[in-house]
Ligand binder design. Structure first.
Ligand code: G6P
Length: 372
């Protein structure tokens, strides 16, 4: 087992470090010299992509948060409405699906029973089904009309990390391809985006160089009993994922909120010393959104919160109010989740390790849940 971990202390540590490759391998040979997306599995589906009027993503756990990130990107690029549903909720809610709906399932294992049942249900209702999956030949891709495999490599740790970034990457490829087919983006806009995506692996590698600083922070905070996460837009699913990782690995109460919701309830939770991670959106995306999140930080700081900001390089607006700033390299705003999630994964893993917990095999959890 030690050899399989390739010198890392856990599979999770190894898999976190493999994230540049997970993204690089998922886009490899799928972006042409023309800057457009060429995924062999999607060729021949032009008519389908032209005919659909909406997209519903079904998934569970971490995969559902990948779906939420994908929603922002696919809607921005294709102008198709995208809904993200938890597989088990979808199946029993008499969902509105018909032959003009594309149901995109996301599953690392391809065996999650809830998601499989959602896909079968959608197909029975006449929807077209597309699977994003990390496991060749698994049941969900076999039951779907089309599949885009993520190439994250085998993920052993129960809590998902590299599969998550690969899932988001596959959703970007899908969104850009559908935008091309539907003509909602110009070829130039698409190639600008694919160029951004191709630059992401090196940027994730840069974030990974801050492992020791984040680990140090996690050790200092190892007796923390509750951690909150705030994010907005594509940072919102990252706040949910950061909180999920802490629950899964460190068994502490953690919750992610949309930053704009703060004043509608969560701010009541803030008391002196409360740690809050804030995923700060790039001011290059929306200056307004950026300043709103900075004022959220001021509000919680004024109530004594201990603020850990995840912010892009050069964003000085956060400096006066954050106790700690974790930097991520500049990226196009829709791609930032691939960078911002990394410190939250490292933090959860290191906090769990500091508590002496098994980060690869958390209690009560299974890698793949094959029962409903
Ligand atoms: C389990 C795992 C999670 C995972 C979820 C969905 O609950 O513990 O890490 O996100 O299943 O798994 P899937 O294989 O469908 O992506």
């Amino acid at each position: 087992a030690a050899a399989e971990k390739g010198g890392w202390t856990s599979f999770m540590a190894k898999e976190i470090s493999e994230q540049p490759d997970a993204v690089a391998n998922t886009i490899r040979a799928r972006i042409g010299a023309d800057g457009l997306v060429h995924v062999p599995e999607l060729e021949g589906l032009d008519e389908l992509f032209r005919d659909i009027s909406r997209v519903v993503v079904v998934a569970c756990g971490t995969a559902s948060y990948a779906g939420m990130v994908g929603k922002y990107a696919i809607e921005a690029w294709t102008r198709l409405p995208v809904e993200v549903a938890l597989s088990h909720e979808f199946r029993y809610s008499d969902p509105v699906v018909d032959s003009s709906t594309l149901v995109v399932s996301i599953s690392q294992s391809g065996e999650t029973m809830d998601t499989l049942m959602a896909v079968k249900y959608a197909a029975e209702r006449g929807a077209k089904t597309l699977s994003i999956c990390n496991t060749q030949g698994a049941t969900i891709p076999r039951e779907s009309d089309a599949v885009v495999y993520t190439h994250a490599g085998p993920e052993v740790a129960v809590a998902s990390t590299k599969a998550f970034v690969a899932q988001i990457t596959a959703l970007y490829l899908l969104g850009l391809h559908v935008a091309h087919v539907r003509g909602s983006l110009t070829s130039e806009q698409i190639s600008d985006n694919t160029a951004e995506l191709q630059a992401i692996p090196a940027k994730i590698a840069e974030v990974l160089t801050q492992h020791d600083e984040v680990a140090q922070l996690a050790r200092w905070m190892s007796d923390t009993r509750s951690v909150l996460f705030l994010g907005r837009n594509v940072g919102y699913p990252i706040s949910l994922e950061g909180a999920l990782k802490l629950k899964e690995l460190a068994y502490i109460h953690a919750e992610g909120f949309a930053a704009g919701e703060l004043k509608h309830g969560p701010i009541a939770l803030i008391e002196p010393g409360q740690p809050v991670f804030v995923v700060v959106p790039s001011p290059r995306g929306s200056q307004t959104m950026h300043s709103k999140v900075v004022s959220n930080i001021q509000e919680i700081r004024a109530r004594g919160a201990r603020v850990i900001a995840i912010a892009e390089e050069g964003d000085v607006a956060v400096l006066p109010y954050a106790d700690t700033v974790v930097r991520v390299p500049l990226a196009a705003p829709l791609f930032e989740p691939l960078l911002c999630v990394v410190p939250t994964q490292i933090f959860a893993m290191e906090l769990a390790s500091a508590k002496g917990l098994d980060v690869d095999q958390p209690r009560n959890l299974a890698k793949s849940v094959t029962v409903e």
